[in-house]
Design a protein around this ligand. Structure first.
Ligand SMILES: N[C@@H](Cc1ccc(O)cc1)C(=O)O
Length: 518
């Protein structure tokens, strides 16, 4: 299949563009339009003239941050960009994976093409060339306060361009200098301001937020379908998803989720309650649209903020390419992304909690309308030595608790740092990393609960309590997709490999959600 080509520099990028580039599903190419090239070069030329004329330019002929009053002698200016990236080479913690690192490169490029960063076209070309060649720096996750930009993690992007530190390349981890040799490239000598332009921005947190948005949206839609499956397995009351209820409190996302669940249940107004169903199910079923709807209704706002940040010039100082004026500000402050990510982790962890409660309904013999204890599929004589889904439920409770624990907002933990120059910071990169971790855990809760739901439906079918033909194609299709990776549990067995296979399918968005209205 020919890869989609995304031209950067001509139109704003979307969250989906970043995800596609990160996953190798789209190529990112730099606009070759002469006007675009001229816009970029103009900013670089103006800046070059300024410092060569002996003018004081922050971050070029002065130190950075609190050191802004210290002048840098002309002969030391070229060395400065290199040193800036080097002294920030102090990140710690885990290393971002290749996909995330690629997203970070693409997001930084989307910012620099605005033409307000005073960098050469050549630098943009090199960045695009390295992305195209599948090169991505090894970036430690920790060490950014998220205002003053993601200085430390982005220093690894600058280091890659000057041929330093290590990168992912062709499935390996390789010294950057070596990769330059292989690709027959000379490492760049950064021009004044280029180091600062690369590092002084919000691209790490924004890349994480874009990836998280995509995962959260998919997981939300999967969870709506899973809710329908579990409602069927519990002989739930389908009338809880009657459109008229939601029209009276018409949050559009919540209404859409309710409609999707109703459709998956084949609900029609003439519906008659199952003889075993309760007049009102507990909240984990009845309020599922209200719980998932919180995220559904936040997503449009989150998208606006993430995509505005993604397509912004978020460094400092900015260089107006039309007048040559140097504008000193604080666009590196990641408060919007911090707030989005804190909100996202809260809404997603609530999904973990919701699914964990749904699982609890399935295994509890006082609530599950006759399903066997622990959903065991063993024969009667084998029952005493088979515990079915008991441990998996415990696992889901642990993952849900861990996700919920991570919802403490990071954006309120500003620390005054850097000799009180950076006296109020966003912590957005920490929020965004939390959001990713909460998603990982919630995906785990999802696959565990999904297996339990499939087991429950199959138990019902085996016992003649439910007919597959009475279920909608949406539910049957999800069940069949799961069964290709993990069969019915009749005798106890370790489920880890199957859970991992399912997780992999969720991460790759391989589970098809046919018929869902997004
Ligand atoms: N973010 C600072 C620049 C800076 C760069 C590196 C530092 O270590 C500190 C500060 C500014 O634009 O004002």
């Amino acid at each position: 299949m020919p890869q989609r080509v995304i031209v950067v520099g001509e139109q704003p990028l979307t969250i989906e563009d970043i995800v596609a580039v990160a996953r190798g599903q789209a190529r990112l190419v730099l606009s070759q339009s002469p006007e675009f090239r001229e816009l970029i070069q103009k900013g670089a030329r103006l800046l070059d003239q300024k410092w060569k004329n002996g003018e004081v330019v922050y971050g070029v002929t002065t130190g950075v941050g609190e050191s802004c009053l210290r002048r840098i002698p002309a002969e030391l200016v070229p060395q400065f960009s290199r040193n800036l990236s080097r002294f920030h080479g102090c990140g710690l913690g885990r290393i971002f994976d290749r996909e995330t690192s690629t997203a970070i490169l693409a997001v930084r490029l989307a910012s620099l093409v605005r033409g307000f960063s005073g960098i050469r076209f050549e630098l943009l070309e090199r960045l695009a060339r390295l992305i195209e060649a599948g090169v991505a720096p090894l970036i430690p996750e920790e060490g950014s306060v998220g205002a003053s930009g993601d200085l430390t993690p982005l220093s690894y992007v600058a280091a890659m361009l000057i041929g330093e530190r290590d990168v992912y390349f062709e499935g390996d981890i390789v010294g950057t200098a070596k990769v330059h040799e292989i690709l027959d490239l000379e490492p760049l000598e950064l021009f004044p301001k280029e180091g600062l332009a690369l590092m002084n921005g919000t691209s790490v947190m924004t890349a994480l937020a874009a990836l998280a948005y995509d995962r959260a949206e998919y997981l939300m839609n999967l969870s709506a379908r899973l809710t329908a499956m579990i409602s069927e397995a519990l002989f739930g009351n389908k009338a809880h998803f009657d459109r008229r209820i939601f029209e009276q409190k018409p949050h559009p996302g919540q209404l859409r989720i309710a409609d999707n669940i109703a459709a998956d249940l084949g609900y029609a107004t003439a519906y008659r309650r199952h003889q075993d169903s309760r007049i009102q199910d507990t909240y984990a079923i009845r309020c599922a649209p209200h719980i998932l709807g919180v995220l559904a209704d936040a997503l449009p706002w989150m998208r606006t903020q993430i995509e505005t940040e993604l397509n912004s010039a978020n460094d400092n100082p900015l260089v107006d390419p039309y007048t040559g004026e140097v504008l000193h500000g604080g666009n590196f402050y990641g408060g919007h992304i911090a707030f989005v990510a804190d909100a996202m982790k809260n809404a997603v962890a609530n999904i973990a909690d919701l699914l964990d409660r749904q699982f609890a309904l399935l295994v509890n013999i006082r609530r599950n309308h006759g399903l066997p204890l622990n959903l065991s599929g063993a024969t009667e004589d084998q029952m005493p030595v088979n515990h079915g889904f008991k441990a998996l439920q415990i696992g889901c409770s642990a993952w849900a608790a861990e996700a919920l624990k991570l919802t403490m907002p990071a954006s309120v933990f500003s620390r005054s740092t850097e000799s009180h120059n950076q006296d109020k910071v966003s912590m957005g990169t920490i929020s965004a990393r939390d959001a990713i971790r909460v998603l990982e855990l919630t995906e785990q809760v999802f696959v565990g609960t999904l297996l339990a739901a499939c087991q429950s439906l199959e138990l019902r079918a085996k016992r003649g309590e439910l007919s597959w033909m009475d279920l909608t194609p949406g539910i049957r299709s999800l069940h069949e997709q799961v069964r290709r990776l993990s069969p019915f549990v009749s005798e106890d067995r370790p489920l880890e490999p199957e859970l991992r296979a399912l997780l992999h399918a969720v991460r790759n968005q391989d589970l098809q959600l046919d018929g869902i209205t997004a």
